[in-house]
Design a protein around this ligand. Structure first.
Ligand SMILES: Nc1ncnc2c1ncn2[C@@H]1O[C@H](COP(=O)(O)OP(=O)(O)OP(=O)(O)O)[C@@H](O)[C@H]1O
Ligand SMILES: [Mg+2]
Length: 335
């Protein structure tokens, strides 16, 4: 029997466990791109992955969804509802993508096929994965469009993507991602290409869908304001590794890593009117270039000589709260 045919539900609310996830080039001629990413996510919860460009957010998501390009490979362990994902064949993956994991890409226009109607695009996964008849799939497509708040949904099924705005295309992409009732929705910067008011609508929509459908959501964002609005938990990445993770309340209210602090101070949501925003000096380095040092040490205003010769490991700094920084000694943590 194909591994994709059975889902073993594990007890409790745990849906996704990621342990020591790495992403590297198949031929291993260059350094790894992501290393040592570990986290878990319960049903109906939302995790935001935050970090600057190149920090490994998309690769982490793609590795979980089996969407890495053919030149890349994932290592470590990813378990979804009791099933190990990294050992699956491409054939098994076809039964999981869409059905178990829905994926929403950053650019709503590139996610849709310009020469197919919206109706054709939403009914395709329903006919393929849910074995629906043409008529039932069309009815379900209209229901889904209504669910993602497209006005006069049934009448819009025969329209083409160019007849929809960017925000509406992103709603359609979300409708396609949830069509087969996945347990996990991964949204890679779903609002970055949209203006601020449309962005707020999409975030509200994701929150509602999570509640209504019991979805767990992993959402990538550059923006702590977005994370604050939607996330139960936040994971901060830099240089292909995990810098800090914890509940949204802890990360936003009690950040422990200098990188998290810097990002928070640089966030427009925390800005003071009339004052320039804080800027983290320098720019993101190539991931995992120097395995002996802290990847953030070249830009960190708290870095000491020790940070240049030791790679910090993730350590617990509170309940469900961990950070990878050499400065986090017991006394500092207690303060
Ligand atoms: N297919 C690939 N082959 C080789 N290197 C890649 C590939 N995809 C991404 N990378 C590299 O891996 C690193 C992490 O990329 P990733 O796309 O995960 O970053 P990101 O955090 O999502 O950034 P952004 O915010 O710009 O989307 C980058 O240095 C990138 O150049
Ligand atoms: Mg990305």
């Amino acid at each position: 029997m194909s591994a994709a045919m059975t889902v073993v539900e594990t007890g409790g609310g745990r849906l996704l466990s990621v342990s020591g996830l790495s992403v590297f080039h198949r031929d291993r001629t260059v350094d790894g791109l992501v290393e040592g990413v570990s986290f878990s996510l319960d049903r109906s919860r939302t995790l935001a992955i935050v970090g600057e460009s190149g920090s490994g957010k998309s690769l982490t998501c793609k590795a979980i969804a089996g969407l890495l390009g053919s030149n890349l490979q994932a290592g470590g362990d990813v378990t979804l509802a009791g099933r190990k994902l990294l050992d699956l064949t491409e054939r098994d993956w076809r039964g999981i993508r869409g059905r178990e994991i829905g994926f929403v890409f950053q650019n709503p226009f590139s996610a849709l096929n310009p020469v197919l109607t919206i109706g054709q695009q939403i009914t395709e996964p329903l006919r393929l994965h849910a074995n629906m008849s043409r008529r039932d799939a069309r009815q379900e497509a209209a229901r889904l469009l209504d669910l993602v708040r497209i006005p006069q949904a049934a009448r819009r099924l025969d329209d083409y993507p160019h007849q929809f705005s960017g925000g509406m295309c992103q709603r359609v992409a979300i409708a396609m991602a949830i069509a087969c009732k996945p347990k996990l929705l991964i949204a890679d910067e779903p609002t970055t290409a949209l203006d601020v008011t449309v962005q707020a609508d999409i975030l509200d929509l994701l929150t509602d869908l999570r509640r209504e459908l019991g979805l767990a959501v992993v959402m990538v964002t550059h923006d702590f304001g977005v994370a604050a609005q939607i996330a139960d938990e936040i994971m901060v990445m830099y240089g292909g590794t995990l810098m800090e993770r914890g509940s949204a309340r802890d990360i936003l209210g009690r950040p422990q890593h200098p990188y998290t602090l810097g990002l928070l101070r640089a966030s427009p949501a925390n800005g003071v009117k009339g004052r320039p925003l804080h800027v983290i000096p320098g720019s993101a380095t190539h991931p995992l270039q120097d395995r002996r040092s802290c990847p953030f040490s070249t830009r960190c205003d708290k870095a000491t000589a020790a940070c240049k010769i030791n790679r910090p490991v993730l350590q617990t700094v509170g309940r469900g709260h961990a950070a990878a920084c050499l400065r986090l000694t017991a006394t500092e943590m207690a303060a």
